[in-house]
Ligand binder design. Sequence first.
Ligand code: ADQ
Length: 489
Amino acid sequence: PHDFPIERPTQRLLVVANRLPVSATRRGDDWHLELSAGGLVSALLGVKQNFETRWIGWAGVNVPDESGQKTLAAALAENGCFPVFLDDVTVDQYYNGYCNNVLWPLFHYIGLPQEDRLAATRSLQSQFKAYKLANEMFANAVYSQYQDGDIVWCHDYHLMFLPKFLKEKNSRMKVGWFLHTPFPSSEIYRTLPLRSELLKAVLTADLIGFHTYDYARHFVSACTRILGVEGTPEGVEDQGKLTRVAAFPIGIDPQRFIEALETDVVKSHIQELRARFAGRKVMLGVDRLDMIKGIPQKLLAFEKFLEENIDWRDKVIFVQIAVPTRTDVYEYQRLTSQVHEIVGRINGKFGTLTTVPIHHLDRSLAFHELCAVYAITDVALVTSLRDGMNLVSYEFVACQTQKKGVLILSEFAGAAQSLGAGAILVNPWNVSDVAMSIEDALTMKEGERNERHRHNFMHVTTHTAQAWADTFVSELNDTIVEAELRTLR
Ligand code: ADQ
């Protein structure tokens, strides 16, 4: 009966994250925008095909003047981005303070501020106030874009109050929330003052997602123990209202890496690096310089390996790329000096006139450089003390189509649950264990390397970022439909 397809309006997806996927720099009256190609950005480029996506978040710059705000908003709007303007005080209290000095360490089992972080504890109340206020500003920005039928997807620990503020504005809004970090055991979560308020706020969402089943389970038990609500196989139920809680493991866009390896720029970079490191096995670490990534522990393990394996001293090089982040937070400054000190000591001890065992870089790499260095690596070392997922391990696997190198992976990264069978799993706190794993990895036979790589490559190429985003969004749609049916019954 239909001779032509029925035109359905494309559903709109509002993605809300602390940071927009572009960074803005002021150039006189104009703005220069640069796409930051993180995991979340490439994941959501995929859903773009089915949805009209809009981003809402902070542009990472303080723009105090109204005319600057106007021109920036106009430039961003052309790229589907809508800014939240945060002043320096809010950034300090909300972002550096409550997000990065309280929630981030707590969710990664480092605990609440104490000793030298005690100064921050005294202002915890005011940081919490700023956190709520910032979340309200995000809610206003979302609401000014919102149209009936839109789906709102909130991201990460920065925005735990956002679902509540959005539902207060419009209870029919479809709201999902996804946490990119681990959710810790309820025994550590419950140390947080004002723990209930945060949980209640998140529970107003329709769907709550985590990387692993364990994080989801920890969240549900925090809710049942602290709020006294009921945990069900589907999520959390409070007086007849169900909030769906489930695991949605993220992935990468593997094609982007596989295709890059075929480009001339990456190929010539691979040649250069091969020549530079000729005659030596290459070990690699790529991390933000963060206390959760276990960089000092990994360096100590490498030191122990060199101490115990004299023959390997001039046959291996360890390239550690450590991007500085959150440089305003004291803990991160201290970590940088600690890492530099260990690198200096090891290079001093084992270096020769012509070479040093650790090649340490305090900076980020361009995409083509990153692909090349992943491709020439024999052993990747991912030794996070805790990590929501860890995409570096996925990216390494995607770039190893030729070499089939070995991945040493921390048990405490979410990725251990997906790449565990192909990687060598380690406890990063056990320096001897990691040192022995380095030896095993460097001497592993080709047959075993191929088999392990095959397993990991299969996972990385099937559990992609696009699949992750599609699953979350369609589950969110279904959750709403189910809820509506329940109210009709
Ligand atoms: P991150 O803690 O940032 O992410 P990760 O998942 O490894 O950790 O992602 C880092 C990204 O930054 C990767 O795409 C990587 O290529 C890039 N990157 C890191 N160092 C770099 C360097 N020196 N140069 C260039 N690029 C670099 C948080 C959580 C993780 C979770 C992700 C996604 O902490 O556990 O996997 O979000 O949910």
